[in-house]
Design a binder for this molecule. Structure first.
Ligand code: KG4
Ligand code: ZN
Length: 390
């Protein structure tokens, strides 16, 4: 352990992640305390419960990684912590914990963008995993999580050019909403993937939003199409609506889960592969919870192979939220000379990259459903910014 260990802490959402890294890539130990069971009853994350659970689990998670590594706090040389985006209460718990450690041990501290963490998970090496080359630049990175969906181009470390992003729901959010519609519970992603595996018979087809030839995504129309279909089938069968607890038969749920997954996966994979070709990428990197989806992984693997491009997707446990990915990004930032003071704050919203050029140069769609999705997203943005739209 040449340079000593980096301690990384992630508490932006509903997983408490703590990790020890040796260098920017090698995981020495990591632990994730999941709150899925805690929030399942509510069908979604309850922010106040999440913050308290982080407080409850940080100490045991830290003890566990130190124990696994056979290390003590005296072996730690720097601290990385998620500073955003995420739930403010949850972020504050991790940040305060990291600050206290950095202050008490007199160590450098760095605040990490959670989305940059998802992206840098592709660089990680598990304990004992043989060395492998770093993802080669230029690369195209797709981040697909519960709150974010975007594509960036990277020609060097820590520098991003936004190629496209969702104009409404994130891919994970779409999976979660579809899971609720199908009565599959929370989180919807893994449940839909599991249900889809049981689908038999001729496949259903749900819409895809291509948004012209842009690299932007839209999943809200798909969700609405699924809702209409489910409600119509429930009504035709004389059953309660979704809100009243109505559920379709298992076979129909499986068929619709498969159709939904297919629709999301086809758009994500097609746009990512097209972007990789357009920018002459040598590598495609994928991160975020939805990157653990088997169907997405398979489709990208096939496409990348025919393009002759390397594909790097972390194992599923490193796609969903964890501390190691925060360490991977934090180590790069520290190496680049970045360090935070004890006045470091949290950011609920923190885009990794902003659109390059004007909206016109990004050629938004002008016709049909795609144009309407754009208009809705712009209105929502204007609303959020406190502007009056007419
Ligand atoms: O990255 P993540 O762990 O947390 C956020 O930063 O949001 O992503 C969580 C999201 C959830 O929406 C979950 O439904 C989705 O990732 N997810 C999946 C799968 N596993 C998790 N979506 C599709 N297929 C999966 N296997
Ligand atoms: Zn995440």
């Amino acid at each position: 352990m040449s340079e000593g260990l980096l301690l990384a802490i992630e508490t932006s959402c509903d997983e408490t992640g703590v990790a020890l890294l040796d260098g920017p890539r090698r995981i020495v130990a990591h632990a994730v305390a999941s709150q899925v069971a805690l929030h399942a009853g509510a069908g979604g994350i309850v922010p106040e419960l999440a913050a308290r659970a982080h407080l409850r689990w940080l100490d045991p998670a830290l003890d566990e990684v130190l124990g696994d590594a056979g290390a003590t706090l005296g072996d730690v040389r720097s601290v990385a912590v998620t500073a955003g985006p995420g739930l403010v209460g949850s972020l504050l718990v991790g940040l305060s914990y990291a600050k206290a450690l950095a202050w008490a041990l007199d160590l450098p501290l760095v605040g990490v963008n959670h989305l940059e963490g998802h992206l840098y998970a592709a660089w990680l090496l598990d304990p004992g995993e043989p060395e492998r080359p770093e993802p080669a630049f230029p690369l195209v990175a797709l981040v697909v999580s519960g709150g974010h969906t975007f594509l960036v181009e990277m020609r060097d470390h820590l520098a991003y050019r936004l190629l496209g992003e969702t104009v409404d729901d994130a891919a994970g959010e779409a999976f979660d909403k579809a899971g609720r519609l199908l009565g599959l519970g929370y989180p919807g992603g893994p449940a839909i993937a599991a249900a889809a595996a049981d689908a038999a018979g001729p496949p259903d087809r749900l819409p895809r939003a291509w948004l012209g030839d842009s690299y932007d995504f839209s999943f809200s129309g798909l969700k609405t199409a699924l809702r209409r279909l489910v409600e119509a089938e429930l009504a035709a069968g004389g059953r309660q609506p979704v809100e009243g607890g109505g559920r379709l038969d298992a076979a129909r749920v499986a068929a619709l889960a498969a159709a939904f997954q297919e629709s999301v996966v086809e758009v994500l994979a097609t746009k990512t592969l097209r972007a990789a070709e357009a920018v002459g990428a040598r590598t495609i990197v994928v991160g975020g919870g939805v990157a653990s989806n088997g169907s997405l992984r398979e489709r990208l693997a096939g496409g990348a192979a025919s393009l002759g491009v390397d594909l790097v997707i972390p194992r599923p446990g490193l796609c969903t939220d964890n501390g190691a990915m925060i360490g991977a990004a934090g180590a790069r930032r520290l190496a680049a000379g970045e360090a935070a003071g004890l006045d470091l704050g949290v950011r609920a919203s923190w885009p990794l990259a902003r659109p390059a050029g004007s909206p016109t140069s990004r050629r938004p769609p002008t016709r049909g459903a795609a144009a309407r999705a754009y208009a809705r997203a712009r209105d929502a943005e204007a609303d959020a910014a406190g502007r009056v739209t007419g």
